[in-house]
Design a protein around this ligand. Structure first.
Ligand code: GLN
Length: 527
C-alpha cells in the first residue's frame, strides 16, 4: 500500500477493507502508530488502548473474511463502520476502561458496563482506539479545564482546539482517527469542530441514548459525531442513534437510512441545494465577532445562493437571553448530577478527619477543579429556596421563548438556518482562562440550539488568517438527514476550493519529538 491509510475518509477506508488491499489490523495499527508518535505535542488522548483496539480489529477482519467467503453481496451488507477506527470522549463508558470525564475525582474509576453507544459501535464493528481529552465534566470551551492538561490545536499548537470535546476534535483533525464521539451541552461538538476545521453534529435532543455517558446537564446533553466529511459524520450518527429503554428521553422516532445515502457525486449533492429556504439569523452576528469569521460566513451564504438556495435574513429575538438562561439551567442540572461524586460511590476519595461529611468535603474540595466548583455553586444557588422562582423557573420560561423563536421560523417554512458556529477562530492558550464570561461567550451562537433541543451541525467554511472557520446549520427536530444533505451540498460546491486540500499547519511539528506538550508550552510562556 502506498496510500497513507490515515488520510482517507472512513467511507474510503471501508472500501479498502472490502477490497482486501489492507486489513482492519493494518488500518488500526496505522492510526495507533501516528497517535502514539504525535500525541506528546497534541495531548488529544487520555488513553490509547492498543491491545484492545488490535483485538477488535482482528474480530473485524474475521467478519470481513467470513463475508468474503459468502456470496458477492455479503461484503456490501456488512455495517459501514466495520473495522473503522474511532476515538471516544473520555466520558463514554467502555466496560473495564477508564472514564475520567477530565476530572481527578474519577481518576482510577473503571466503568463497570458499556454505554449504549459503545454497544452500538461494537455491533457495528468499529475499532475503539482510546479515550480523548476534554474539559472537566464537559464544562468549558477550550479543553483547558481538563484536570490532565490541555489539548493543542493541530492548526496552531499555541492555540486551543475548542471544547469541551477538544481532544476528540483534535484527534480527527490530526488524522489520528477518521471518526470520534463528542457530547454537546451548549456547543461542545460544534465549536471544537469549527476551531479544528472538521465536521461535527449535535443531534436532536433524544436522538441518541445518554445511557452510560457521564452527565453534565441532562436536559441539554447530546452525543454526536465528529468526522472529516459529512458522509462519515452521518454514517456515525446512524450507527449510534435510536431508542434505548435505559434512557427515558431517548426517542422512538425511527433512525432514517437516508443518513447512509448522502450523494457521493458533487453534482448530485449540489443540486439538492436548489430551492432550499434558509434563514440567516441576524442576532448571530454578535458584537465581538471577528471580521474574518463574518467574511467566511457571508461568502458561504453567497455560495449557497449561487447554487440556488434562497437565503433570507430572519430574527430570533430572544437570542440575547440564551447565554444567561443557559448559565442558570446547565449549572442547576450539573449541581444535581455531580452530587453523586462523594468519594464513596465512584473514583477517588480523600479521607477526612473523622466523620463521613469531612471526607465528602475534602474529596470534593480537592478533586474538583475551579470551573466545576463555580458551576456547582451557581447551580446550587439558583435552585435554593427563595431563589428558585427568581432564577431557575424564570430561566425555564425564557428557554420556552427561545424555542418559540425557532418554532416560528419552522412554521414559516424555512428548511434550516445558517449561522456562524463560533464568533472567533481558535484563541491562544490562556486568553480566556481568567475571565469566565469571555469563555462563556465562545458559545453564544451554539447554546440556543441546545436550549431548543434542535439538531445543529458545523462544517468547515475556509480559513481566516490560516485558522478554520465553521459554518453552522440548524434544523428542525429530527431533520438530521436534511441538515446533512445541505451540508453535503455545501461541501460539494466548495469541493474545489484551495483550502479544502490544506492539512493543519502544525502537523509537521507534531512529528518532531522535541515539540513541547501543551502543558509545557504554557508553563514556559508563563515563566
Ligand atoms: N462551553 C459550554 C459550557 O461550558 C458548553 C459545554 C458543552 O457543550 N459541554 O458549558
Amino acid at each position: 500500500m502506498t496510500t497513507d491509510l490515515t488520510r482517507l475518509h472512513a467511507h474510503a477506508q471501508a472500501r479498502v477493507l472490502r477490497s482486501g488491499a489492507a486489513s482492519a489490523r493494518e488500518l488500526a495499527a496505522a492510526h495507533l502508530d501516528l497517535a502514539e508518535r504525535q500525541d506528546h505535542g497534541l495531548h488529544a488522548w487520555l488513553a490509547i488502548d492498543r491491545d484492545r483496539a488490535l483485538a477488535e480489529a482482528d474480530a473485524a477482519d474475521a467478519r470481513l473474511a467470513d463475508a468474503g467467503a459468502e456470496d458477492d453481496g455479503a461484503l456490501d451488507r456488512l455495517p459501514p463502520l466495520l473495522g473503522i477506527p474511532i476515538a471516544l470522549k473520555d466520558l463514554v463508558s467502555v466496560r473495564g476502561g477508564q472514564c475520567t470525564a477530565g476530572s481527578r475525582i474519577l481518576d482510577g474509576y473503571r466503568a463497570p458496563y458499556d454505554a449504549h453507544i459503545t454497544e452500538r459501535l461494537r455491533d457495528a464493528g468499529a475499532v475503539i482506539l482510546g479515550k480523548t481529552n476534554m474539559d472537566e465534566f464537559a464544562m468549558g470551551s477550550s479543553t483547558e479545564h481538563s484536570a490532565f492538561g490541555p489539548t493543542a490545536n493541530p492548526w496552531d499548537l499555541g492555540r486551543v482546539p475548542g471544547g469541551s470535546s477538544g481532544g476528540s476534535a483534535a484527534a480527527v483533525a490530526a488524522f489520528h482517527a477518521p471518526l470520534s464521539i463528542g457530547t454537546d451541552t451548549g456547543g461542545s461538538i460544534r465549536q471544537p469542530a469549527a476551531l479544528c476545521g472538521i465536521v461535527g453534529m449535535k443531534p436532536t435532543y433524544g436522538r441518541v441514548s445518554r445511557y452510560g455517558i457521564v452527565a453534565f446537564a441532562s436536559s441539554l446533553d447530546q452525543i454526536g459525531p465528529f468526522a472529516r466529511d459529512t458522509r462519515d459524520a452521518a454514517a456515525l450518527l446512524h450507527a449510534i442513534a435510536g431508542r434505548d429503554a435505559r434512557d427515558s428521553t431517548s426517542s422512538p422516532v425511527p433512525v432514517p437510512d437516508a443518513l447512509l445515502r448522502l450523494p457521493t457525486g458533487d453534482d448530485e449533492a449540489a443540486a439538492t441545494l436548489r430551492g432550499k429556504r434558509l434563514g440567516l439569523p441576524r442576532e448571530y452576528f454578535v458584537p465581538g465577532m471577528e471580521p474574518g469569521v463574518e467574511a467566511r460566513i457571508r461568502e458561504a451564504v453567497a455560495a449557497l445562493e449561487a447554487a440556488g438556495a434562497l437565503v433570507e435574513e430572519v430574527s430570533l429575538p430572544h437570542t440575547e437571553y440564551g447565554l444567561a438562561t443557559y448559565y442558570i439551567v446547565a449549572p442547576a442540572e450539573a449541581s444535581a448530577n455531580l452530587a453523586r461524586y462523594d468519594g464513596i460511590r465512584f473514583g477517588r476519595r480523600i479521607d477526612g478527619e473523622e466523620a463521613v461529611l469531612a471526607g465528602y468535603l475534602a474529596t470534593r474540595g480537592e478533586l474538583f477543579g475551579a470551573e466545576v466548583k463555580r458551576r456547582i455553586m451557581l447551580g446550587t444557588y439558583a435552585l435554593s429556596a427563595g431563589y428558585y422562582d427568581a432564577y431557575y423557573l424564570k430561566a425555564q420560561k425564557v428557554r420556552t421563548l427561545i424555542k418559540g423563536d425557532f418554532d416560528a421560523l419552522w412554521a414559516q417554512g424555512f428548511d434550516a438556518l445558517v449561522a456562524p458556529t463560533s464568533p472567533t477562530v481558535a484563541f491562544p492558550f490562556g486568553a480566556r482562562m481568567d475571565d469566565p464570561v469571555a469563555m462563556y461567550l465562545s458559545d453564544a451562537c451554539t447554546l440556543p440550539v441546545n436550549m431548543a433541543g434542535l439538531p445543529g451541525l458545523s462544517i468547515p467554511a475556509g480559513p481566516a488568517d490560516g485558522l478554520p472557520v465553521g459554518l453552522q446549520l440548524i434544523g428542525k427536530p429530527w431533520s438530521e438527514p436534511a441538515l446533512f444533505s445541505l451540508a453535503r451540498g455545501y461541501e460539494a460546491i466548495t469541493a474545489s476550493a484551495d483550502w479544502r486540500s490544506v492539512e493543519p499547519a502544525d502537523l509537521v511539528a507534531l512529528d518532531d519529538p522535541s515539540t513541547p506538550s501543551p502543558a509545557e508550552r504554557i508553563a514556559t510562556r508563563v515563566a
